[in-house]
Design a protein around this ligand. Structure first.
Ligand code: ZN
Ligand code: ZN
Length: 658
């Protein structure tokens, strides 16, 4: 802080209160004097042009106004969790003195530390390390900072054998001050910030062990990374751990295997999805719905090839701007071809096939187009990050004066589709160009201003809240990106809508205007679901595997209590098939309790149980996977209600409110 040195001390203001602090006071004294709550971890000093966030151990060095920062503040939260990573490293060093330290930052929702040691950490080790961490917390060790010279820092870490730290020191710019944080016998090369004592760590938990290359470089040693998290109190920690359990329970990779939806075959290669019959059925139902909805809204469905000449990708600009995501060209009859990473140029070629009049526009081509993009193997993740996927793509060719209305229609369609699947909350981002950096973008000012205004007006017309991201536009035009919130409150990439002036130019496409002259159409690229793989992977987690009736691969399973009702069960199942339900009849030898459990595990929405009682009465007993026993009813009554549930694409059972 400043240079003021006044023997009489300083005045600190908070919340209309002013207090005097003698020379040598710290913000810990300020915290105590003002009676701030325990969860105050840092302080923001407001009286300068640039407000500063400081550790509580910092001295008060001038008159100032302050604001206490608790766990809700991101920087304060990170200071607590980063301190937890130091405590973790200290505990590991106590238990495994030969470890060498990598780095240990706070991350979203927690922290980690990387270690290099011959020993392979086990889950039992995590328990021991946690116990040692609790000892360190109990010791309430002050966490202190000192500035050292480069030579001192080198000497300190050389003596400790910390070779990774030496590498980091050598990379620090000459001008940078080197700070060391200490707590007890432990010290670390660190820029901070931290909380004042290890005693601040009231509630923490080590979560997992993973391999991580030093500095993310696969040519460097593989270290062992221990992940953990920390909160202010046990209650918040418990809630977080419960949420992590729930996320694990919903993991689409595990559920996808259990429900027999999909697999990834090592023999076939990573990042490539095999849709098994049940998953394929769900996809087919969604695609059918998607196509019907698009036709209703004036789209025409097309199919285009999977490969095209390299030259086409030069015209489109992909070869120059996107080649690191494209696969190596293949030779066909001495001509180079590429696997498509996008569908856009193909739809343009269809548009270009004949002369278009202003009266023909807008022309809207939609395709469930399978594309291939290179992704590093390290980032592949189940169905969410893959190397081949089917986009629910469409390209709209319109006159500039139609742009806004077309964008509103696209937003309308996106909203309708997402609501149908149960996504009610979105975050919209409007990516515009940086007006200070115009050379990064293609196209003149008029067109850009018009397009950005059109996108913004469309968002306003649809009453959607949005955030403007300046400088985030693609080089060829501005875009709207919509993130959707799932049942766990997580955000997923949803619809993207881009206005494009570049490709029409590059491919020299036109329409004949009212004036008989050639004009350039505007192109809209858009996906609503994104990719079938990612969308359905997301749905598995959103629904926790329990798909609504209209999407369930098996909608009803009929189960006789014993062999004596087998014929009656078959008759019921046939009847339901006739009503159009995807029905199974479980005639296996297992006890009825086991059959029910099995159907529950497979998330079958309706179970129909028939015993002697039902057979004699000529009715059925119905059970729902979430609501449990619904009692006895006539088959026709059940069929009519369930049919309504399925046809209306309801997310809940019709029997829920009755
Ligand atoms: Zn640190
Ligand atoms: Zn496109």
């Amino acid at each position: 802080m400043g240079q003021d040195k006044r023997p009489e001390g300083f005045v600190v203001k908070w919340n209309e209160k002013s207090k005097h602090f003698p020379q040598g006071s710290t913000f810990l004294d300020v915290k105590k004097t003002f009676g701030w709550k325990n969860d105050v971890l840092m302080v923001r000093v407001l009286d300068q042009a640039q407000p500063q966030v400081l550790e509580l151990r910092e001295p008060v060095e001038r008159d100032c106004e302050v604001e206490p920062l608790g766990f809700a503040d991101e920087q304060a939260r990170e200071a607590l969790r980063h301190t937890a990573s130091h405590v973790l490293a200290q505990a590991v060093k106590r238990l495994f003195p030969d470890v060498r330290l990598g780095i240990g930052p706070a991350i979203e929702d927690g922290f980690y530390y990387d270690f290099d040691t011959e020993h392979r950490f086990t889950p039992e080790d995590l328990n021991d390390i946690e116990k040692e961490m609790r000892r360190i917390v109990k010791q309430n060790l002050p966490v202190t900072r000192e500035i050292v010279s480069r030579e001192e820092a080198r000497k300190l870490f050389e003596e400790a054998g910390e070779t990774y730290k030496l590498e980091l020191i050598d990379e620090l710019p000459e001008s940078e001050a080197i700070s060391i944080y200490r707590q007890g016998e432990f010290f670390d090369l660190c820029a901070g910030p931290h909380v004042p004592h290890t005693g601040y760590l009231k509630a923490f938990k080590l979560l997992s062990i993973a391999g991580a290359y030093w500095r993310g470089d696969e040519n460097r040693p593989m270290l062992q990374r221990i992940y953990g998290t920390a909160f202010m109190d046990q209650e918040a920690l418990d809630a977080h751990l419960a949420k992590l359990e729930e996320i694990k329970r919903r993991d689409h990779r595990r559920l996808g295997r259990e429900l027999e939806f999909f697999s990834i075959e090592e023999e076939g290669g990573p990042g490539l999805i095999y849709w098994h019959p049940k998953g394929a059925l769900v996809r087919e139902l969604i695609e059918h719905f998607w196509k019907a909805e698009h036709r209703k809204r004036g789209y025409e469905i097309v199919y285009t090839p999977h490969i095209a000449k390299l030259d086409l990708w030069k015209v489109s600009g992909h070869w120059d701007w996107y080649s690191e995501n494209m696969y190596t060209p293949m030779d066909v009859d001495d001509t180079k071809y590429l696997l498509k990473p996008m569908n856009c140029p193909f739809h343009i070629l269809i548009y270009k096939g004949k002369t278009r009049s202003y009266r023909d526009l807008p022309i809207k081509y939609a395709e469930l187009g399978t594309v291939y993009r290179y992704e590093r193997s390290g980032v592949l993740h189940g169905m969410l990050r893959v190397r081949g996927f089917t986009q629910d793509d469409a390209h709209l060719f319109c006159r500039p004066d139609q742009l806004e209305e077309q964008l509103i229609e696209v937003l309308d369609l996106a909203e309708f589709m997402l609501k149908t699947f149960g996504y009610d909350e979105y975050c919209c981002m409007l990516s515009v160009r940086d007006p200070e950096d115009k050379q990064r973008y293609i196209g003149n000012d008029d067109v850009w201003e018009q397009a950005e205004a059109a996108l913004e007006n469309a968002l306003k017309a649809k009453n959607l809240n949005y955030q403007v991201d300046v400088g985030e536009a693609k080089f060829y035009g501005p875009a709207i990106d919509i993130k959707i919130k799932d049942a766990m409150g997580r955000l997923w990439q949803g619809p993207t809508i881009q206005a494009d002036f570049n490709l029409p130019e590059r491919f020299d496409i036109a329409y004949i205007g009212e004036d008989g002259q050639k004009h350039r159409p505007v192109m809209i690229h858009r996906t609503v679901l994104g990719a079938m793989e990612r969308f359905i992977g997301g749905l598995i987690e959103h629904y926790a595997g329990a798909f609504p009736l209209w999407l369930s691969p098996v909608q009803v399973r009929v189960m006789p209590v014993s062999d004596k009702q087998a014929d009656y069960a078959k008759q019921i199942a046939e009847e339901l098939e006739k009503h159009g339900f995807r029905t199974q009849c479980d005639l296996g030898p297992d006890k009825i309790g086991y059959k029910i459990r099995q159907a529950q595990l497979e998330k079958v929405p309706y179970m129909i149980i028939v015993g002697d009682k039902e057979k004699q009465a000529g009715n059925i007993s119905v059970r729902h996977r979430a609501l449990g026993d619904l009692g006895a009813m006539q088959l026709d009554e059940f069929a009519a209600k369930a049919k309504h549930e399925s046809e209306s694409k309801s997310l809940d059972s019709v029997f829920g409110n009755s």
